[in-house]
Write a protein that binds this ligand. Structure first.
Ligand code: ZN
Length: 82
C-alpha cells in the first residue's frame, strides 16, 4: 500500500494584537478585547493601566470599540487609573 502521507497544511493565522493609541499616556498600547456573548468590549492599556468596559453592538470591530472608548474617555465617563 503506497499510502502517501499528505503534508498537513497548517494555516497559521497571525493573530496580530491590535494595539491602539492610548488617550492617557499616548502610547500605542491599548488592547481591545471583544466579548461577543455579553456585547462588551474591554479596553486596557498595558503601559499606564487605563482600562474600561463599554457596551457594543454585535459585530463591532475592535477599532470601533476603541473609538467609542476614547470618546467616553474624553467625556470623563470611563474609569481612570492613576
Ligand atoms: Zn496608556
Amino acid at each position: 500500500m503506497g499510502r502517501r502521507r499528505k503534508k498537513e497544511e497548517k494555516i497559521i493565522r497571525k493573530t496580530l494584537p491590535e494595539l491602539f493609541l492610548c488617550p492617557n499616556c499616548a502610547k500605542n498600547s491599548i488592547k481591545v478585547t471583544i466579548d461577543p456573548k455579553n456585547n462588551l468590549a474591554g479596553i486596557r492599556c498595558s503601559a499606564c493601566g487605563l482600562h474600561g468596559r463599554i457596551v457594543i453592538e454585535p459585530n463591532t470591530a475592535p477599532v470601533d470599540a476603541y473609538s467609542t472608548f476614547v470618546d467616553k474617555y474624553y467625556e470623563g465617563a470611563t474609569q481612570k487609573v492613576g
